[in-house]
Design a binder for this molecule. Structure first.
Ligand code: KG4
Ligand code: ZN
Length: 332
């Protein structure tokens, strides 16, 4: 089966083709193309939804051509289309969805709407071939900081979540306070590598709760920055260290309650090497599955693969199907 994945939920226009196992060939991603809008949004210090939608529309068709050139496939060879239909910026989601529906209609091929968080979770399965649910999935991205239990039919149950900011959002805001660029994560990580991570003690919010909170830490850092007497690299390093410690603590608290043995950590913040290494070193007796940075941030590979995994449910979408900026209530 040849599956086309389309991802336009935020500021990356991404398309990828997944090919399932064939006689002598292992399943694999045949190619993936991404057009990042970082340079377009960075002067605004964040994603401007209207601009994101307009750029997706411009990029989708040329990216599809590029993908077909790379894979030497023709449109007719596509068997299935997967498209992110929730959650995300609604206008941005609509562009990918409309493109997917038009292609599906023209090619007479089924289209499956993919939950972006299922995509982030499954990005780990693309790398770890022996990984199957049930498992736990911690998603740390620009829009989410949520821990789920995923059963063997890929049904999600919420275990814990941030009560305020998502972790990626906190990285982006702290980056802005330090006059670094957007998106904040990679800038903070780079600056932090020159700083002392234990130089500025920072609080862990709701320390004994299963849930997370980052808005207090953000305010704390704002006060430090305003004092003008700390080195930005020490602030960045101490922030990153506090985040790593927080995640560690929360995983331990939730492990006690839910007997977590297999844990996927994905989403943009999981691309952070410092956090990844800290968790790998500190967490014992837990199987950790963290995809490489390319698959942690938004990508269409995870969407193509998710569509393949969901094909058996035959839950295809029709032309009247909409996109949704939020997830259904069971996710919150
Ligand atoms: O998963 P993602 O690409 O998009 C969403 O679904 O939100 O995550 C984007 C977030 C941004 O907030 C960005 O600052 C953060 O991931 N991020 C990082 C790193 N790379 C991206 N955070 C920390 N360290 C990184 N290296
Ligand atoms: Zn994402």
């Amino acid at each position: 089966m040849i599956v086309l994945g389309i991802e336009t939920s935020c500021d990356e226009t991404s398309l990828a083709i997944y090919r399932s196992a064939q006689q002598n060939k292992k399943p694999s991603i045949l190619a993936s193309v991404v057009s990042s809008q970082i340079n377009i949004h960075s002067p605004f210090g964040g994603v401007v939804p209207e601009i994101a939608s307009r750029n997706h529309i411009i990029k989708l068709e040329p990216l599809l051509k590029e993908l077909l050139d790379k894979t030497k496939l023709s449109l007719k060879e596509i068997d299935l289309i997967g498209v992110t239909n929730r959650p995300g910026l609604i206008g941005a989601l609509f562009t990918g969805l409309a493109f997917a529906k038009a292609l599906g209609y023209a090619l007479k091929k089924p289209v499956i709407g993919i939950n972006h968080l299922l995509g982030h979770t499954l990005s780990a399965e693309l790398i770890y071939e022996e990984l199957y649910p049930p498992y736990f999935s911690l998603i740390i991205s620009g829009g989410h900081t949520h821990l789920f239990f995923v059963d063997n039919c890929y049904n999600f149950s919420l275990i814990a979540k941030t009560v305020d900011d998502a972790l990626g959002e906190a990285f982006d805001k702290v980056s802005k306070m330090l006059n670094l660029g957007y998106p904040g994560g990679p800038h903070i990580e780079k600056l932090a590598s020159n700083g002392n991570s234990t130089s500025i003690p920072m609080p862990i919010a709701m320390e004994n709760s299963q849930n997370l909170s980052f808005s207090g830490l953000k305010t704390y850092i704002k006060l430090l920055v305003n004092k003008n007497c700390y080195k930005p690299e020490d602030i960045a390093a101490s922030f990153q260290f506090t985040v790593a410690k927080t995640l560690f603590k929360k995983i331990i608290i939730n492990r006690k309650k839910h007997n977590i043995k297999k844990l996927i950590i994905s989403g943009g913040v999981a691309a952070n090497n410092y956090i990844k290494n800290y968790l790998r070193e500190q967490l014992e007796n837990i199987e950790l599955y963290i995809p490489p940075p390319r698959l942690c941030t938004d990508n269409a590979e995870m969407i193509a693969y998710a569509a393949f995994k969901l094909f058996g449910k035959r839950n295809f979408i029709g032309l009247a199907e909409s996109a949704y900026d939020k997830l259904p209530s069971m996710f919150y």
